[in-house]
Design a protein around this ligand. Structure first.
Ligand SMILES: Nc1ncnc2c1ncn2[C@@H]1O[C@H](COP(=O)(O)OP(=O)(O)O)[C@@H](O)[C@H]1O
Ligand SMILES: [Mg+2]
Length: 406
């Protein structure tokens, strides 16, 4: 009886998430998150079928592994079986099931011992499947829990049908930055604290990646490491295939100069230089910069180019700092809470500039925020929790900056 109550509460929570969250991707991600937490699962994936290519792609996954660049050919895997037949599969510790071996989770270092995989049944067809694996306490999933998964899968499929979501496995994305097992310790009192506990993450060329997570979870620490402003303790960092895990000072300088643009919450403009001069100053030391005028124009500030920072609003100052980041044509721009000090309207203006940069130049943008609404703009959202990657979500239909509301 108690069990039943527990699940009806979860179901209620799932309904609310799916009904109240208007953004489909956010709703699906939120509901899988609720399910995985309720069933204490190590990992979970919502797979969607690309019919044309006969491939399943992970639209959202939970767990400390990054599956974003993987898709599964409809073959013999458990995901394929469920999607092809529409049957659910429950695997328990004593009834090992061959169909689970060779699953992507397995390949990526999660040894699957127990799991549930259920179809996303649309009115006419199976559009994918929902999978959760490995209870953290080592116990088996029950039939009741499988039913709970089926209910969520049914709601998910309905929502997908209603919104007409289509997926395409597309081409394999080109990796720009690759992190494996990255840890970071800081000295603390007599000992050390480990802030990053083994991050596995790839960042792709031309993507808009948002890193989400509560204050203090390690977002800035991670970006400082990727941006060459801090050293990692353990693990590897590859940039364009080159190893930057333990760079020399010269490599670091070159790396920051060639690859990176930074935008922070505080604008860090030089008060005694005009907007244009603040940008020119960086253009002068870059290798193949665009003109300062062009950078200023791209952020929509041509008319204020001659103003000193003190004469500009917060949003305008932030746009100058974005111009300063893009003027050297970096491959990647890191933005750490760039709108945290701005009001709503000004934030939207600044976010629109980032949107434009990604669209028009194919620059990779990695933006840190604790505002889940901003995450809807991204191509991909990585959530950090307790020093690990908690989940990765693909946004098939990123929302325009001007449509964000908070
Ligand atoms: N230089 C440092 N020395 C010691 N502890 C640090 C240092 N930098 C960050 N931390 C600690 O690491 C944790 C994560 O910090 P941070 O990456 O800034 O979090 P976030 O950006 O997600 O808010 C915090 O508990 C913070 O106090
Ligand atoms: Mg921070």
């Amino acid at each position: 009886m108690q069990k039943k109550n527990k699940y009806s509460a979860v179901l209620q929570e799932l309904f609310e998430e799916l009904l109240e969250e208007e953004n489909l991707e956010a709703a699906l991600a939120g509901s899988l998150d609720i399910l995985a937490k309720a069933l204490k699962s190590e990992a979970g994936v919502i797979w969607l079928l690309d019919k044309e290519q006969s491939r399943l792609m992970p639209m959202f996954h939970i767990g400390a592994i990054d599956l974003s660049n993987f898709s599964v050919e409809l073959g013999n895997t458990v995901e394929s079986f469920v999607t092809k037949t529409g049957e659910s599969i429950l695997m328990s510790t004593d009834a090992q099931d061959d169909r689970w071996t060779g699953t992507l989770l397995d390949e990526n270092g999660i040894k699957v011992t127990t799991g549930v995989c259920v179809p996303l049944n649309n009115l006419h067809e199976v559009v994918g499947c929902l999978q959760i694996v490995n209870k953290k306490d080592g116990s088996d999933y029950s039939e009741d829990e499988m039913k709970l998964c089926q209910r969520l899968a049914a709601m998910t499929a309905l929502t997908i049908e209603e919104k007409g979501l289509k997926v395409s496995a597309g081409e394999k994305k080109e990796v720009l930055i690759s992190l494996r097992g990255v840890t970071k310790e800081f000295p603390s009192g007599d000992g050390k604290i480990q802030v990053l506990k083994g991050i596995d993450l790839d960042i792709y060329k031309g993507e808009f990646l948002v890193i989400l997570g509560e204050s203090g979870c390690g977002k800035s620490t991670l970006v400082n490491i990727i941006g060459g402003m801090d050293n990692l303790t353990d693990g590897t960092l590859l940039v364009d295939g080159k190893d930057y895990s333990h760079p020399t000072d010269r490599q670091l300088t070159e790396y920051r100069r060639e690859y990176m643009g930074f935008v922070f919450q505080s604008y860090n403009l030089m008060p005694n230089l005009t907007a244009q001069e603040n940008v020119q100053f960086i253009a002068d030391i870059a290798q193949e910069p665009m003109s300062a005028e062009e950078a200023i124009e791209k952020v929509g500030l041509s008319e204020r180019a001659g103003n000193y920072p003190a004469a500009l609003s917060g949003g305008q100052q932030q746009r100058v700092s974005i111009a300063r980041a893009i003027v050297k044509r970096p491959k990647i721009i890191f933005a750490d809470e760039p709108t945290a000090a701005l009001d709503y309207q000004t934030s939207i203006e600044v976010l629109s500039v980032f949107e434009e940069i990604v669209k028009s130049r194919g620059t990779t943008v990695v933006m840190i925020t604790h505002n889940p609404e901003i995450a809807k703009m991204a191509n991909r959202v990585v959530k950090l929790k307790g020093g690990l990657v908690h989940s990765v979500k693909l946004n098939l239909q990123p929302v325009d900056a001007t449509d964000l509301v908070w």
